[in-house]
Design a protein around this ligand. Structure first.
Ligand code: FAD
Ligand code: MLT
Ligand code: ZN
Length: 506
């Protein structure tokens, strides 16, 4: 008879902040080939070149907050796959300052790249050539909180984990949570429409962002910073900025709907004999856990090898081809635990699950979550990571991992599949000691064709950024892309905002 190990639970916040920052510092140390060299097909647009007189003007607009030295951390992305050559980083503190900067850049036709925590995974947050980086690092003020309705208004540069800590003082929480929470900014989360591990419970940011303020390329401030739950007056313009990846405007403030912080959290970590079992357990968990189900993640055995070999993290259960992490959260611990225990008993007696562990104590919950949330970091230890983030119908979900494993064979160090299976979102990662054009040619466009054939999405949650923009047609029709280009031209006629990102060349 198999038994579940009862262990303990929550608060990932502090841990992740430390880990991610440390990891970011290490990854930026090695120097990387310039994006313009690695991707020779991309040509610099007809933009102005930053002169000393421009730097002086920026210094006048935001005294003491113009950086021109040691810009490596702003030029290189978190994955260490893209490296720009920006000579200037601007760090405004207010919407008015962002407006003045953009007005000046637009008049001089100077290209800019908005940057939050620089944790984006598609090369969208760093310059491709010499675009000026506009960082929201110093725009980190909480503006207001309405405790009754749970409505938070904050500047775009607030770090996700900091906001979560702040909200927990009021028994509230934030509807988005991801492994980069110690570094990513709310503005970056909204600009990428970040998904993460709470989407299953709270839905996407399209539903949770109540309002936002953004500055257009012209410097005009668009005030859509509503705090209302219901507002059907005219087009819902804020939605255009959610997921626009810095190409339509710079988001300067956000108003968010914040749910009650769950009083009780439990995590179950289960071994599965097949991917079909993962799906069967998911179906059962939806039926039996209902409203307390708050996350459903999966990892394959190759993911667990990454955790063990590259991160020195030990799994509480071993020797299964697949693992699932189920989180429940709610307001009455006893009630949730009873539900979870009943569910576990059922899936064990029906033979779906042979082994697993349950945690209700914060440290142990944290340890289990680390096995899943730190995989992105662990993969980087192999060298180069070819990272893909796709939506697929659940029946073909894992077939793609197997197809890539067969296709790449010994060309790569490993092919790893994990992700937010509860949202139909697969994270497929291949690694090799260093970037290889041969490996890349084997992956793309094959992988995108495969996804399009199954009517999936080539970007479930990370966006298109620089690296995936040319594949937009695999997931969007020609007419939709034409309309997107029209919107871009209306918002940013000189195309200074985050050029070479999201949309293919015009
Ligand atoms: P950045 O990386 O700085 O920027 C991302 C994009 O948004 C860029 O195109 C940039 O130009 C634009 N941008 C940034 N700020 C603004 C602004 N104020 N106005 C306009 N445009 C702006 N993503 C998920 O969706 N789900 C996950 O589970 C997840 N987990 C992750 C785990 C790890 C370890 C890491 C490193 C990343 C993860 N990501 C995940 C990706 C990334 O963290 C998210 O996309 C995040 O939302 C980016 O926020 P950021 O502040 O770092 O933005
Ligand atoms: C995650 O869910 O861990 C992130 O989206 C990062 C990744 O895809 O590795
Ligand atoms: Zn993810």
């Amino acid at each position: 008879m198999n038994t579940f190990t009862r262990c303990c639970a929550l608060n990932r916040t502090k841990f992740h902040r430390t880990v991610l920052n440390r990891q970011f510092q290490t990854t930026t140390r090695r120097l990387l080939e310039l994006t313009s060299v690695r991707y020779p097909n991309v040509k610099r647009g007809n933009y102005g070149i930053v002169k000393d007189s421009d730097v002086s003007e920026f210094e006048r607009l935001i005294p003491g907050r113009v950086l021109t030295d040691s810009l490596e951390g702003y030029n290189i992305d978190w994955l260490k796959t893209c490296r720009g050559a920006s000579q200037v980083v601007l760090r405004p503190k207010s919407t008015e300052e962002v407006s003045a900067i953009l007005k000046y850049c637009n008049e001089r036709k100077l290209a800019v790249v908005p940057q939050g925590g620089n944790t984006g995974l598609v090369g969208g947050s760093v310059p491709v050539f010499d675009e000026i980086v506009i960082s929201t690092q110093l725009m980190n003020k909480i503006i207001s909180l309405d405790e009754t309705s749970g409505t938070l208004v904050c500047q775009a540069g607030c770090v996700l984990a900091t906001v979560e800590d702040y909200l927990s003082n009021y028994k509230l929480t934030i509807p988005v949570d991801l492994g980069a929470k110690g570094s990513c900014h709310i503005g970056g989360n909204v600009a990428t429409n970040a998904g993460g591990i709470r989407l299953l419970r709270y839905g996407s940011l399209h539903g949770n962002v109540l309002g936002l303020e953004a500055v257009l390329a012209s410097g005009e401030v668009v005030d859509c910073l509503s705090t209302l739950r219901k507002d059907n007056t005219g087009y819902d313009l804020k939605q255009l900025f959610v997921g626009s990846e810095g190409t339509l405007g710079i988001i300067t403030a956000v108003s968010l709907n914040c749910p009650q912080k769950p009083q009780a959290v439990s995590v179950a970590f289960l071994g599965c004999e097949s991917f079909q079992t993962v799906l069967d357990i998911f179906k059962e968990s939806r039926h039996q856990l209902g409203e307390v189900l708050s996350a459903f993640e999966f990892m394959d055995t190759q993911s667990m090898t990454v955790a063990k070999d590259n991160l020195r993290l030990n799994s509480p259960i071993t020797d299964f081809p697949f693992y699932v992490l189920i989180e429940t959260s709610g307001s009455i611990g006893k009630h949730d635990e009873e539900k979870l225990n009943q569910f576990l008993e059922n899936v064990m007696s029906s033979g779906l699950v042979q082994d697993g562990t349950v945690a209700t104590e914060p440290t142990k919950i944290q340890n289990i979550w680390s096995l899943r949330e730190r995989l992105a970091e662990g993969l980087l230890h192999d060298g180069y990571c070819y990272k893909y983030d796709v939506s697929l119908p659940l029946p073909s979900f894992y077939d793609l991992v197997e197809a890539m494993r067969e296709r790449l064979g010994t060309m790569v160090t490993r092919v790893v599949g994990y992700g937010h299976v509860g949202d139909g979102n697969l994270h497929l990662n291949m690694t090799s000691p260093e970037y290889s054009t041969e490996v890349m040619a084997k992956i793309e466009p094959y992988l995108y064709d495969w996804v399009a054939d199954k009517k999936g999405s080539i970007s479930a949650e990370h966006g298109l950024g620089f690296k995936k923009r040319d594949f937009i047609y695999h997931s969007k029709s020609k007419s939709a892309v034409v309309l997107m280009k029209e919107i871009k031209k209306t918002f940013d006629p000189n195309m200074i905002l985050n050029p070479y990102k999201v949309l293919p060349d015009f």
